[in-house]
Design a protein around this ligand. Structure first.
Ligand SMILES: Nc1ncnc2c1ncn2[C@@H]1O[C@H](COP(=O)(O)OP(=O)(O)OP(=O)(O)O)[C@@H](O)[C@H]1O
Length: 453
């Protein structure tokens, strides 16, 4: 058990050795680096809680240059050590995000106090961030109490705080993106961006410039520099959805980024460095794609890290009522009106197969909610959209205590008109055709029933 992990960046070997042994004697785990490049390399394998940074480092020996690199160490406290103990430099360092400033020669007792305070504050900040993230979002968005969902929550909590790469696999619509967002929201990167890239949705010839950005003049139409999604994700999480659909030439380029942590914008000469956590997702069988030569084996092993598998809804049917309740609450909040399922509708949802998983369940609920009236979804509403599932046509359902025929006919007309308009995205001519009416006839009914369309 250590008191914390410290990276000491200083070009003087004697000072490095001395300070390392002070700190190790105080129970810290310490690694050292002689310049910024070595420091960045160390951080890929050593997740330091704090950085002690000399401002005058080779090859430039320019404090301003070192200060400009502070952003690379984002989210960790940095304590500046320098012989240049000028007031302005101290203020600059703090303004640019350093935690504190100590002049050389360093007083070991003072250093111990400053480090302890910085680590305490850092720990509190991290805990607060994680608490906020988990109470607001994170795991709370992951609905389900089945054993696979509980196991998934436990894994997410364990893996999220690390920077390990994660591959989320599972059938379509089972929540791979929700899981990936939870990993981000429970990580120390939670207040940085979560950038989602659907690798199959971006045309192959645009994927490179979308990911890496481009510089002005790189190709026709590139009239100014544009950062890519990789740069936008800097400090945060890059989510590569449907990674199995990434074209092979792009896989080679991604592999280089993952190996070296650097890339060039399209048409650019300046090497760019990024710090992102990579989460990938796929519903394809990647080992199979590797065998077929459609996915690079070396990339597969680079992105695999830890694999999390989401489970089809058919294997956790006990989650269906919880999911329905969750989506009804969401809908009620958005519409400002309480929405419920009556018992016949609930049993229809519970009995049905959901090959499209949670996405299909959610979409189906939303579509029947659109035709429901008076805040209750009934089997009659469902039958309108899924007539094959009703034993008798909805219009013929006669309640035991009778009904007012004109009233029932009007209600049915209203529902069918709304459904036709929803299906045609509000196109009245098409909706009229679906209903076997003239456009004029439909407009009259819309007017008579005062339907807002
Ligand atoms: N456990 C869950 N709790 C609440 N909502 C969920 C859960 N899982 C999935 N959803 C919802 O279901 C829909 C589909 O989820 P998501 O996009 O994460 O699935 P996916 O597995 O990434 O799908 P695809 O493979 O098609 O990209 C989203 O609207 C999401 O909010």
């Amino acid at each position: 058990m250590t008191n914390g992990r410290i990276l000491l960046v200083d070009d003087e070997p004697a000072f490095r050795q001395l300070a390392q042994s002070w700190l190790q004697n105080s129970g810290y785990q310490v690694q050292t680096a002689a310049d910024l490049a070595a420091a960045r390399a160390q951080l890929t394998g050593f997740d330091a809680d704090l950085i002690l940074l000399d401002l005058s480092l080779p090859p430039q020996f320019d404090p301003q240059h070192t200060l400009a690199a502070l952003a690379d160490f984002s989210s960790r406290p940095v304590i500046i050590l320098t012989g240049h103990a000028e007031r302005q430099l101290a203020l600059d360092a703090i303004a640019q995000g350093a935690w504190d400033f100590i002049a050389k020669p360093v007083d070991p007792d003072l250093l111990a106090v400053v480090i302890k305070r910085a680590l305490n504050k850092h720990q509190l900040d991290t805990e607060l961030k994680q608490l906020k993230a988990s109470s607001l979002d994170g795991l709370n968005r992951l609905i389900g109490a089945s054993a696979p969902m509980e196991a998934m929550r436990t894994l997410i909590q364990r893996i999220a705080p690390t920077d390990v790469r994660v591959l989320v696999t599972g059938p379509s619509g089972t929540g791979k993106e929700v899981v990936s967002k939870a990993l981000h929201q429970l990580s120390r990167r939670a207040d940085k961006p979560f950038i989602s890239v659907h690798c199959g949705a971006i045309p192959a010839d645009l994927l490179e410039s979308e990911l890496f950005g481009y510089v002005k003049g790189a190709f026709t139409g590139a009239d100014k520099d544009r950062p890519g999604l990789l740069k936008l994700a800097d400090g945060g999480t890059l989510f590569l959805d449907e990674i199995g659909e990434m074209p092979l030439p792009m896989q080679v380029k991604l592999l280089r980024v993952l190996q070296e942590g650097t890339f060039f914008a399209v048409g650019g000469r300046e090497q760019q460095r990024i710090d992102v956590r990579l989460i990938s997702a796929t519903n394809a069988n990647l080992p199979q794609l590797v065998k077929q030569g459609q996915f690079r084996e070396d990339l597969y092993y680079r992105i695999k890290g830890i694999t999390l598998e989401t489970v089809a809804l058919s294997e956790r049917r006990q989650d269906i009522p919880l999911l329905l309740q969750h989506f009804l609450e969401l809908h009620s909040k958005q519409q400002g009106q309480r929405l419920q399922l009556d018992s016949t509708a609930l049993s229809w949802f519970l009995q049905r197969d959901w090959p499209g998983n949670i996405r299909e369940l959610k979409n189906t609920l939303e579509s029947v909610a659109a035709v429901a009236q008076d805040g209750v979804i009934s089997m009659a509403d469902i039958s309108l959209l899924h007539p094959q599932d009703s034993e008798q046509p909805a219009a013929a359902a006669l309640p035991a205590n009778g009904l007012l025929l004109d009233d029932a006919v009007q209600r049915l007309e209203i529902r069918l008109i709304k459904q036709a308009l929803a299906q045609t995205e509000g196109n009245k001519s098409q909706a009229a055709r679906l209903l076997g009416l003239s456009r004029q006839g439909l407009l009259k009914k819309i007017d008579r029933y005062r339907l807002s369309v």
